[in-house]
Design a protein around this ligand. Structure first.
Ligand code: GAP
Length: 454
């Protein structure tokens, strides 16, 4: 119980820090918000960009066997018919006749063997009905059935639908992958746990096509690659869990699925699915369109529909995991013996929104300010830096600790040769986690930082 309370207090602190420091705001907040929708502020946007860029670098740019694409959000409705989403992409839902809430049938609590409304406690509930999670919309001027389509609930289908075009132009041989990153929309019945379950979110998906006999091995390969990725963005392995989905819980076409889960303060929850989807999707689209989606194997002269292994991750969930993993509070004592709580985000420098704070010791000393501005100009083309001249230097460090900035450069009187002549042209560089400071030459700052943030 006490553990529950401290986990929920931790989550409250994280949510409040996200708002206070401009990571995440409620969408349309001044109008009372819109449930399940979020906006990213300046720091959140940088964090998101760094995460997506690193995913793209690892999954596309650093590999010979993966190419990228960027599909449209709205597609021909028949895509969603063939993929099975129109028929089956639904959650079972009940209505409470007393408080009129709409609830997921699989998340109801039970009392004395009867299902109970989680909001008002009533037992007066309707029978479960399937509720399709896709947002419906109309294309063009007429709002009739022929104009219906849906906001995509996953990015994957655009990859399957463009498989043949990309195979033809890239002339890739199996196994090879197509990666895509972009928005997806699901009309979730119960959006909850901050951004964890949202109605608009982004996915990072790879469809890795292969021969049928390679599927099982590639499933293990991609699980390990994806675990390495999380470690490379600073998510400690002790916070990750791999859940092997038992056959009876897997999609009927899947020959193996792993969920990579993270220990959020509100429980262990899915971050990413790695699924061996066989040839299901391409077969469905081939059947529906009559267009061949087969691969011609030059060696064996055989044609067949490739199988696919799909690592599918959520941008927003990974961001929330990054923030939860990085959040820390510690007691520190200053030079005057005063103890205070230091709040910090221990982001890996690779994903940190701001890489370096630059501080002139005093704002009313022209030489200090000029030297600090020159350092900012030197670093800006290469990374996100933040110049701050206001307030005591300790306060400025604390502000950057809370933003997760891994390094701080301070220009002091030594730097400008007004104190210790041997230290002229050097600055102090402070490391966020240890708070240790070292002196390095102005000319070394860029390479020092570049080595650490890459
Ligand atoms: N193409 C496969 C697919 O979409 P999924 O397990 O439904 O599989 C993949 O979604 C990932 O997308 C999830 O692991 C999660 O990170 C993210 N995701 C799914 N629904 C989400 C939601 N409502 N809010 C935020 N992220 C979501």
């Amino acid at each position: 119980m006490a553990q529950d309370r401290s986990a929920s207090e931790r989550m409250d602190k994280i949510v409040s820090l996200c708002k206070r420091r401009g990571f995440i705001f409620q969408s349309s907040e001044i109008y009372g918000g819109l449930n399940g929708f979020w906006d990213y502020g300046p720091l959140g946007t940088e964090l998101k960009r760094n995460l997506k860029d690193f995913w793209w670098r690892r999954m596309v740019r650093e590999r010979d066997d993966v190419v990228g694409m960027d599909g449209s959000i709205l597609m021909n409705r028949q895509v969603w018919v063939a993929s099975g989403h129109e028929e089956t992409f639904s959650d079972p839902m009940v209505d409470c006749r007393v408080c009129k809430s709409r609830l997921r049938a699989d998340q109801l609590q039970e009392k004395d063997g009867r299902k109970q409304c989680t909001i008002c406690g009533s037992f007066d509930l309707t029978e479960p009905r399937a509720f399709n999670l896709m947002f419906k919309t109309y294309v063009g001027a007429t709002e009739d059935d022929s104009a219906v389509t849906y906001l995509r609930p996953e990015t994957a289908q655009a990859i399957f639908v463009q498989f043949k075009n990309i195979l033809d132009i890239s002339r890739k041989k199996l196994p090879f992958g197509i990666a895509q990153l972009g928005k997806a929309f699901r009309n979730e019945i119960n959006p909850r746990n901050f951004t964890f379950r949202s109605r608009e979110f982004e996915q990072m998906e790879l469809e890795y096509f292969c021969r049928p006999e390679q599927g099982a091995e590639l499933l293990e390969y991609w699980l390990n690659e994806r675990l390495k990725f999380y470690s490379d963005i600073g998510i400690m392995s002790n916070l990750l869990h791999v859940h092997k989905i038992p056959p009876e819980e897997r999609a009927h076409y899947s020959k193996g699925t792993y969920d990579i889960e993270f220990e959020f303060p509100f429980g262990i929850q899915e971050l990413e699915g790695v699924a061996y989807r066989t040839d299901y999707d391409l077969t469905q689209h081939q059947k529906a369109t009559g267009k061949s989606l087969e691969y011609f194997d030059e060696e064996s002269k055989l044609r067949f529909i490739p199988h696919v292994v799909e690592p599918s991750a959520g941008v927003d969930r990974t961001m929330l995991a990054l923030i939860c993993a990085a959040f820390d509070e510690e007691q520190v004592t200053d030079e005057k013996g005063k103890t205070e709580t230091r709040t910090l985000l221990r982001f890996h420098p690779r994903v940190a929104p701001i890489k370096c704070g630059v501080f002139p010791l005093l704002k009313n000393n022209e030489r200090l300010v000029r030297q600090a501005s020159e350092i900012v100009d030197l670093l800006r083309p290469h990374m996100m830096v933040f110049y701050d001249e206001s307030g005591a230097i300790g306060r400025r460090y604390r502000r950057q600790d809370e933003a997760g900035t891994p390094f701080g450069v301070t220009v002091d009187f030594d730097t400008i040769g007004e104190n210790e002549p041997s230290k002229e042209g050097t600055v102090t560089i402070r490391e966020r986690d240890s708070m240790k400071q070292q002196r390095i030459g102005v000319g070394e700052i860029k390479s020092f930082l570049m080595e650490n943030i890459n």
